[in-house]
Design a protein around this ligand. Sequence first.
Ligand code: TYD
Ligand code: MG
Length: 457
Amino acid sequence: MTTKTRVVFACQACGFESSKWLGRCPDCGEWNSFVEERQAAPQPAGKGRPASAGFETASRPRPYDMVDGAEAARMPSGIDEFDRVLGGGIVPGSMVLIGGEPGIGKSTLLLQVAHLLARTGGPVLYVSGEESERQIKLRGERLGITGGALFLVGETSLERILEHVDELKPTALVVDSVQTIYSSKFPSAPGSISQVREVATQLLFVAKGRGITTFLIGHVTKDGNLAGPKSLEHIVDTVLYFEGEKHLHHRIVRAVKNRFGAISEMGVFEMTGAGLTPVANPSALFLAERLEGNPGSAVVATLEGSRPMLVEVQALVSPTSFGTPRRMSLGIDANRTNLLLAVLEKRVGLELLGDDVFVSLAGGLSIPEPAADLGVAAAIASSFRNRPVPAKTALFGEVGLGGEIRSVGQAALRVREAAQMGFTRCLLPARNVPAAVDGMKLVGVETLSEALETLLD
Ligand code: TYD
Ligand code: MG
């Protein structure tokens, strides 16, 4: 029997399909992202192909009350920060996608995790489509990995990987880069979006059918040459991304989707000569290089998932030398910074119109939460007036368009973190002031002008 193929054009950024080539994807707006792909033509129902591909298990509806609701016991990976992003350990049989730029440390982290799992939870298979077993071993030696039931294979064919899984019956499987694996049953080129999706779906059947914990590594490239792991996000249970710069020595892993835990949970690691080591106290790391008493610097108490963290916001305000003033912000949403600049102009009366304003978060972090507003505004005002924010003072609070300071969640947790890091004063929204904390002066503020008066006058 010959399989018919049909030709479609698929957007390599989001997976949108069209019968003809398009210059711009109507779905995600990406330019020049359409590539010709061949797919097996869908067969009419009832002819040939059986309804199930063989991996599914028989299902039967059950009354709600009869369904076992107990959460499966989580397996600790042995790396605290990794367990934290996963929401408290690995859920057996789940599928996790780990994305990030090349060279950021994906293979390193997963080899460490695979090794630790193999020591406690049965055989683990590490499949690499990019490196040979020898190369993986060399990395392992750097990491000090020895012994355990860890198996390595350099392989790109999905069918052969499934055979290995059949034979070895691993409890966990790592696929080092899903983009390099291809199924010969599928006519599209390796790395194309439909091939990547097919491979992930097949692996999902196996993971769910046999309860194998599966980690997929996916490359995110800026030019979009390889099919984006974004298109896999809805298939897997958990999506983790490596964030930040690979030129810095610390790495941040953030959960952007998690069926078994909170999102925006993040883990902080340090890249050392012997792999990634967890950073137990990120506040200390992010405040390490701060110059106390420098104008334009403020320390905000922010919350990442369930963890409070102190981060330094820096601002530099200087007169514009050419026509339009420049506004740049790193780690803080640019719209948010512009909004704060407008509030500082109109409600506080700072004349920033003729100045360039640069805002940056130390350590290549990014904070999406508005609780950093007060810190950003204070850093800008401090640089503008050339007066430092007093040392040992931490801040948090959302700034409204009226110049009011709005309350934020988990105030007590933030204050406690600041106290632990040796801060003695905390400026926070008046409605947020928690019960007294030892050695901490709590100053509740209602408006931005009031806050800046307290800080800078
Ligand atoms: P790698 O895990 O290969 O990145 P990815 O799989 O995301 O492409 O990590 C590569 C970088 O990490 C490389 O620049 C070398 C560095 N590295 C260390 O600094 N220490 C180590 O122990 C290891 C294994 C790698
Ligand atoms: Mg790699």
